[in-house]
Write a new protein. Structure first.
Length: 193
């Protein structure tokens, strides 16, 4: 679980820089490129944690940044760029689940040929799949808080803004979500032993 988590960064230190870059981005490809490089890992981890599928996470990450590029002229600097971008990611994820019904777990085994993958990659893919499955069992708000902060790397303030909630509410959702996620992962590990 911790291997999937985003490294802690100070988004407060970059918020002003992000805002400047976002204002320049419609006319300066280098500005958007810098934002892309900064947020690519967090957006990808967000989608990977929510879907549990590498290819889907890659596709949703691409769609998120394409939409951000197309809509960057509309970013007004109200709230952080990170919250704006993760809002787009959230909409892309919701669109994905509206368009495509989830497959039964029995079919998941047939989607990938695990024999061709190195053992470490197989174990990581299985862990990602378990986390994604368990996240679906949490309330949507708890799952969003966990994914935005832990996997997306947003601060509590940015996650609160993205979710339209107070920081205190997101902190509570995060605490409860992480507790429930850890409990369910522990139970899952015990059952599979």
């Amino acid at each position: 679980l911790l291997a999937l988590a985003a490294p802690r960064r100070s988004y407060h230190a970059t918020a002003e820089r992000d805002s400047q870059l976002a204002r320049r981005a419609p006319h300066d490809p280098e500005a958007f490129s810098e934002l892309y490089q900064r947020y690519l890992p967090g957006i990808y981890r967000y989608h990977l944690a929510r879907t549990g599928q590498v290819q889907v996470a890659e596709d949703l990450t691409s769609q998120t940044f394409l939409t951000a590029l197309e809509a960057i002229h509309g970013y007004r600097g109200q709230g952080s760029f990170a919250s704006w971008l993760f809002g787009i990611a959230s909409h892309k994820l919701a669109d994905h689940y509206r368009r495509r019904p989830e497959l039964p777990l029995e079919l998941a085994e047939t989607l990938y040929s695990l024999e061709a993958l190195p053992e470490a990659a197989v174990l990581q893919r299985l862990e990602i799949g378990r986390v994604a499955q368990i996240l679906r069992l949490l309330t949507p708000e708890r799952a969003d808080a966990v994914v935005l902060v832990l996997f997306g790397g947003l601060s509590l303030a940015e996650a609160a803004q993205s979710m339209g909630k107070s920081e205190a509410a997101v902190k509570m959702l995060l605490h409860r979500g992480l507790s429930e996620l850890q409990e369910r992962l522990a139970v899952h590990r015990e059952v599979t032993r």
